[in-house]
Write a protein that binds this ligand. Structure first.
Ligand code: FAD
Length: 284
């Protein structure tokens, strides 16, 4: 089912994001995790893609396999900066052959393709969305940034770029993770004022290790509230308490988002099931 069709139906939409594993052992683990999370009845799952363009078929093949073997609705992420237009057409055809109807159209991170010869066919995700729309048959999503994309001068210009992406073909938006809901609500309000009317699904990620606390805020250019920082520092050596705090915090975030109009929640699972399972149990 196309995600937009599901979004039109009653009920909140829940989805889980996974990344393609590198080894066979990790592949097996991933299938176990996806099977485990399938019991929660997600509306769709998504599979990330590398920005480099070096391994697009890992995402494509894994998406097809999960859909065929586990019967889950899948959204494949597709980045464009590492690809030529001809390559994108090839990937899109293969996704179609695997019955994948939903694509998250992304630019990809520039620093990931440093040192590789640029393909020059794509500069922005909106150009990919336009090409996918022309190819036809896909429900196209795009990324949004409640705390603005790190390269954007300000949130207003980023929202103008978002609008261009939607005009080009994106029919729903999934946001970057954030830890303070006010960023999501302000973003949605500004986007609506700018004429963006498509559903905007918030993305949530429970931090489950001290290492993530050190890396993620910088990596994703998001602010970390003092409460989260202090608790994760406090429980750096106590995994169970840390998980308990993160689950409780993300559950609170999710409840507030859903109560105040978010159409659903997209969970960044990092290929693990425990935290996401607990949060969904809490909010349901
Ligand atoms: P764009 O929408 O093209 O925006 C990139 C920048 O260009 C922004 O600053 C924007 O304001 C600006 N811009 C856009 N259009 C214009 C224009 N017409 N004129 C001027 N400026 C413009 N990365 C991966 O490598 N693989 C993944 O699987 C992946 N999945 C993701 C999933 C989600 C939900 C999110 C939020 C991000 C994901 N990313 C992924 C990260 C993403 O690739 C990076 O954030 C990347 O830097 C930007 O991608 P984008 O699609 O948002 O780009």
């Amino acid at each position: 089912m196309k995600i937009t069709e599901r979004l039109r139906k009653p009920g909140k939409v829940f989805s889980f994001e996974f990344y393609p594993p590198k080894t066979e052992a990790d592949s097996k683990k991933l299938f176990d995790t996806v099977r485990d999370l399938k019991t929660l009845g997600p509306d769709f799952i998504s599979i990330t893609n590398s920005s480099t363009g070096a391994t697009p078929y890992r995402t494509v093949d894994l998406s097809g396999l999960i859909k065929a073997e586990l019967g889950l609705e899948v959204m494949a992420h597709l980045t464009c900066i590492g690809h030529s237009k001809a390559e994108i057409r090839g990937i899109a055809e293969r996704l179609k052959a695997m019955n994948i109807e939903n694509i998250l159209a992304l630019r990809g991170d520039m620093h990931n393709i440093e040192g590789r010869p640029p393909k020059k066919d794509y500069r922005y995700a909106s150009e990919l969305a336009a090409d996918l729309k022309e190819i036809g048959g896909f429900n196209i999503g795009g990324a949004g940034y409640p705390e603005k994309h790190p390269e954007a001068a300000d949130l207003d210009s980023d929202i103008r770029a978002l609008k261009t992406k939607i005009e080009a073909g994106a029919e729903f938006i999934i946001t970057q993770l954030f830890f303070e809901n006010r960023f999501y609500f302000e973003f949605v309000e500004k986007a609506r004022k700018a004429g963006v009317s498509v559903p905007i699904i918030p993305g949530l990620m429970p931090l489950t290790s001290y290492k993530q606390l050190c890396n993620f805020p910088n990596m994703f250019s998001v602010l970390l509230p003092r409460e989260v920082k202090e608790n994760i520092e406090k429980y750096a050596e106590d995994k169970d308490s840390l998980l308990k705090f993160s689950v409780e915090y993300a559950s609170r975030q999710a409840e507030d988002l859903l109560r105040n109009g978010a159409p659903g929640v997209h969970f960044y699972t990092l290929n693990r099931s425990k935290a996401t399972k607990e949060i969904l149990k809490n909010i349901r």
